[in-house]
Design a protein around this ligand. Sequence first.
Ligand code: ATP
Length: 250
Amino acid sequence: MDTSAPGTTPQAIVAEHLHKRYRDKVAVDDMSFTLGIGETLGIVGANGAGKTTTVEMVAGLRNPDGGRVRILGLDPHRDRSRLRQVLGVQLQQATLHGSLTVSELVGLYRTFYPKPVPAGELLEMVGLTGQRGIRFEKLSGGQQQRLSIALALVGRPRVVILDELTTGLDPRARRQMWKTIERLRGDDVAVLLVSHAMEEVEHLCDRVALLDAGNIVALDTPSGLVARAAAENLDDAFVALTGRELEETE
Ligand SMILES: Nc1ncnc2c1ncn2[C@@H]1O[C@H](COP(=O)(O)OP(=O)(O)OP(=O)(O)O)[C@@H](O)[C@H]1O
């Protein structure tokens, strides 16, 4: 299963020369990075930089036009069923069955895995204990988001991909999600985290990849990026290294 050389530590994710084009638009140009076991890697970029396309290719949800991905040595397409047991994915547009309640959805997802997290523990972790009996379609946007994070974690994954973990969450929910991610890191779970919030990546990530126009323009520890840009903070480092404001659109 692991394709790394004997004696070397396997990587959680290896992405090599990923390329994706939508008609005449190159969304991801030539993207390579690795994510170590137990590491949290942030992916940051302005709107349209290629973040979602990148993580969708890594998760096996979108076919790259070029390049390859390995997750714990597995090919996201060829080894799809084995991958499902070790990878948890929370994406921007969770499409869950709206008429099912929180409890029913958690119960359904628990059946997909041999040793799922107990339902009560999972709901407590994301602060949805009081919403057990509520239908998905009746939850607030933030509650739906928290449920999709819970469902990404239900199978005790070794690698987790989170797209916009805390966008739209209130400060309390946000802190709760941060604690959850910190706990994953303590359990040696590798996390790939797409975020718009510099404060969040600075707090949670071992390393951060700054994306612009489908390429990684810099990849380093948060303090390494700040030092490299001779900046005061990560926000300023982003502007200096990408030439863009974070909220800037294409
Ligand atoms: N299905 C699609 N068809 C055509 N173009 C697309 C499609 N999905 C994304 N794009 C384009 O590809 C580029 C990268 O999009 P992507 O969603 O990966 O960026 P992003 O960094 O995640 O942006 P955001 O922060 O807005 O979510 C953008 O120019 C976008 O308009």
